[in-house]
Design a protein around this ligand. Structure first.
Ligand code: CUA
Length: 356
């Protein structure tokens, strides 16, 4: 769009504020977002009206009543008009009281989740989000069904982060050492963006997560089931699932791109140069140690930012460890050849059976 077309479209885009979000916001998909836009555009247009009134008035009066000749005596002006002063005191007082009430009401609404809301614990950590669901699993995606109130309980493992979902008009800080809360009820299925809105370091701009609103309760429950039911999976399938479940995918790519940590592509059996200048081969033992004690052998050019997977809520179980190592192996030529030779053909058969 050319700058001129943008300028021409601006007034129309602004005017449709209440329904469409205007040029300032994405289309609102919660009641709270629609209410937010209503108050925002009300304030915007009141401000625009008074801006025009005051500035046009100032220019008109300056021209109309300017001193025309040198030494011309200053015209007498009224010093007081009770009726006028009452009008410009009472009307603005009513307006600001209404705006205060709207803002306070919105603030309290946004801070008070309805009783019985589905609660998701959100943890921010440089530079990824983790969402822990009441069913006992974690994901790096925020999922919820349409029409169900969802309460987010936030905290951080390191520095200040902030959950910001523009389509829902909610924003809440994630603070280390304490919990904060916010909530939403989405009225429209779809995929939305969650951003970190608190500058938290060099990868701050990459600290985002998808918000997926399922069209009904059933598709959401199916998703939950797919996340929790990990039995009957081959090590490779388990590893593939854990790659997102344990939020590895937030920091480690499989296509060679550098996110926060090294990519898994062609990692297996490659030579790794460590921070202290020594080199080590990325064999299974190296992978195991890097998962359980990520700070033991930090690869040159990376910071020891990985959470502790040897204990606590993220603890990797022995079978999960095998799954993750298998998955990492499968991302390199050497690893794939090894898996095939070891009889991964049986896995291929398993997959075919599942598809039938
Ligand atoms: Cu986390 Cu910015």
């Amino acid at each position: 769009m050319s700058p001129f077309a943008l300028l021409a479209a601006a007034p129309a885009a602004l005017l449709q504020g209440g329904q469409g979000g205007g040029i300032f916001f994405p289309r609102p998909v919660t009641e709270a977002a629609a209410e937010h836009d209503r108050v925002f555009f009300l304030i915007f247009w009141i401000a625009a009206f008074f801006f025009a009134l005051i500035n046009v008035g100032a220019v008109v009066f300056a021209v109309r009543y300017r001193r025309r000749r040198k030494g011309e005596p200053v015209e007498k002006s009224p010093s007081h008009n009770t009726r006028l002063e009452l009008v410009w005191t009472i009307i603005p007082t009513i307006i600001v009281c209404y705006l205060f009430w709207s803002g306070l009401k919105g603030y309290v609404d946004r801070r008070t989740a309805p009783p019985g809301a589905y609660t998701i614990y959100v943890t921010g950590q440089k530079w990824a989000w983790s969402f822990a669901y009441p069913e006992g699993f974690a994901s790096n995606e925020l999922h919820a069904p349409v029409g169900r109130p969802v309460k987010l309980v936030l905290t951080s493992n390191d520095v200040l982060h902030s959950v910001f979902i523009p389509a829902f008009r909610i924003k809440m800080d994630a603070v280390p050492g304490r919990y904060t809360e916010t909530w939403f009820k989405a009225d429209e299925a779809g995929r939305y963006n969650l951003f970190c809105a608190e500058y938290c370091g060099s990868q701050h701009s990459l600290m985002s997560a998808p918000v997926i609103i399922h069209r009904d309760r059933k598709t959401f429950d199916d998703w939950v089931k797919s996340q929790t039911d990990l039995s009957d999976l081959s090590p490779l399938e388990l590893g593939q699932r854990l790659y997102t479940l344990k939020t590895c995918s937030s920091c480690h790519s499989t296509d060679g791109s550098k996110i926060v940590g090294p990519s898994f592509k062609d990692l297996y059996l490659s030579e790794r140069e460590l921070e202290d200048g020594s080199t080590v081969t990325a064999d299974e033992d190296y992978l195991r140690r890097s998962i359980l004690q990520s700070t033991a052998q930090v690869v040159k050019g990376f910071s020891p930012a990985m959470p502790d997977f040897s204990a606590g809520p993220l603890k990797v179980q022995p079978n999960e460890l095998i799954g993750l190592i298998t998955f990492i192996k499968a991302q390199s030529e050497a690893g794939r050849a090894e898996l095939e030779a070891a009889g991964a053909g049986a896995e291929g058969g398993g997959e075919q059976q599942e598809q039938q």
